[in-house]
Design a protein around this ligand. Structure first.
Ligand SMILES: [Mg+2]
Length: 231
């Protein structure tokens, strides 16, 4: 599909679209399972953690601090209502490592942004903890390609309508590039926008969703493929 000259602004998801993210959460979960190995099976720890994360995300939003609460809640329950000191500090260490890992830019991202810069206004549209996401944006080395970074509370239809209004765009003028069908593709298409799906091999359970049927969705294999449609 030829999208040239149809859009003035392009929105990019950040985590697992511009830089690696999910793999660090998976690594943190593996360490947590190890930490609780004396209390229950790996599946038991994983299940409890997922349940606690789902309880806490609506209250506290996304990001590693919410994972800290979810892990602490899960550990407390798995330890029978009394949280040993070494488990608490073990969780805190896992979360600290998760929050301050080195940022790894996904292959082809820089080349793609370089080609699009100057032709489009580029904006990062990410969800999560404000301090954490802005911190990643600043240290990424990619900030100069973008007009600015929007940290959204969530990525549902309502949030995308707000995003469009905030940037003086009609919802039909939104084009979003991202790896999550649930967060970057479906809600944008539902409000009349256009979406390009750039898949990532690791998908968080919370983000899993089948691709909707729509002629406003383009699926590419890798990020550099978006250039064929946009330039
Ligand atoms: Mg993402």
């Amino acid at each position: 599909m030829d999208l040239k000259n149809r859009f003035s602004t392009i929105f990019f998801d950040a985590d697992d679209t511009l830089w690696e993210n999910e793999r660090y959460f998976r690594a943190a979960e593996a360490k947590f399972i190890e930490l609780l190995a004396d209390y229950t099976s790996p599946e038991g720890v994983q299940d409890m953690l997922w349940r606690k994360q789902e309880d806490n995300i609506p209250l506290f939003g996304y990001g590693s601090k919410t994972y800290m609460i979810g892990m602490t809640d899960a550990a407390l329950e798995l330890c029978g209502g009394v949280l040993p000191e070494h488990i608490y500090y073990g969780v805190k260490k896992i979360i600290t490592e998760l929050a301050f890992h080195e940022l790894e830019i996904i292959e082809g991202v820089e080349e793609t942004l370089k080609a699009l810069q100057g032709r489009y206004k580029l904006i990062v549209a990410t969800k999560g903890d404000l301090t954490e996401q802005m911190g990643k944006f600043r240290i990424s080395g990619l900030a100069h390609y973008f007009h600015h970074c929007e940290v959204m509370e969530n990525k549902d239809e309502k949030n995308y309508l707000e995003l469009a209004a905030k940037n003086d765009l009609d919802p039909s003028e939104i084009i979003m590039i991202g790896n999550s069908v649930k967060s970057d593709i479906a809600p944008v298409v539902n409000i009349g926008g256009m979406a390009i799906h750039t898949p990532h091999e690791v998908v968080w359970v919370h983000e899993m969703m089948d691709m909707p049927e729509s002629d406003r969705i383009i699926a590419v294999e890798k990020i550099t493929d978006v250039l064929k449609h946009l330039i």
